[in-house]
Design a protein around this ligand. Structure first.
Ligand code: FES
Length: 219
């Protein structure tokens, strides 16, 4: 479920500029494109704006996560000399760009068929019950938001969620709650499979090339 995109909402800040560090990163991103194609940097610049807001949000009270205010999109349009509406179009199309405020940890549930068959509905319910919020909502302390997305490309390790930049896979309701509790304590949970399997190898362990698997220390 994509969050609402409201350019006139009262949470929109008056202004946005890249700080010194992000300005440097933005210039590096722009320089990767040929002179007459530099508007293509719109996607990396939107990502940088979202990351800067996330860094600021980690120090705010209550905390918040990364999102892209209208002022940031307008600033990017100005930097890249392109119509504002084109920046709005890109930002509002992709689910990785948050165009409204979100919690510090944005929990994105894949509920597409493979994850659903492996129990994503139980994972969603475990989170809702544990945090006391519904889909598209944010906890009062600003720490968590819940969002539903389509396949995140980790179907072999279903059910899974993406939280900010990280994937948590092979989840059960209990391991999902453990991940949330670890994040709430300000710690970093182990990313990837929560059952300890390596990458996307068979859940039952190697079924062939067993000696090779031992040599590669994946069993
Ligand atoms: S269906 Fe969930 S990652 Fe593909």
């Amino acid at each position: 479920m994509k969050k609402p995109f409201d350019l006139h909402a009262d949470y929109q800040p008056e202004s946005f500029v890249f700080n010194k560090a992000y300005q440097g990163l933005a210039q590096d991103a722009i320089a990767r494109y040929p002179q007459e194609r530099q508007q293509s940097a719109v996607m990396p610049l939107l990502d940088l704006a979202q990351r800067q807001v996330a860094e600021e949000g980690a120090k705010a009270t209550p905390v918040h996560g990364g999102w892209i205010p209208r002022a940031a999109m307008d600033h990017i349009a100005e930097v890249l000399d392109m119509p504002k509406v084109k920046v709005y179009e890109v930002a509002s199309f992709y689910s990785m760009y948050n165009t409204a405020p979100v919690g510090q940890h944005l929990v994105q549930f894949c509920t597409t068929t493979p994850c659903w068959l492996c129990g994503s509905a139980d994972i969603v319910n475990a989170c809702k019950d544990h945090l006391g919020i519904g889909m598209g909502e944010t906890t009062k302390d600003g720490k968590f938001s819940l969002m539903e997305v389509e396949c995140l490309g980790a179907c072999v390790n279903a059910p899974m969620v993406q939280i900010n930049d990280d994937y948590y896979e092979d989840l059960t309701p209990a391991s999902m709650v453990e991940v949330l509790e670890t994040l709430a304590q300000g710690l970093k949970p182990e990313i990837g499979s929560q059952t300890g399997r390596k990458a996307s190898m068979s859940a039952a362990g190697p079924t062939t090339l067993k000696e090779e698997a031992k040599k590669a220390k994946v069993v």
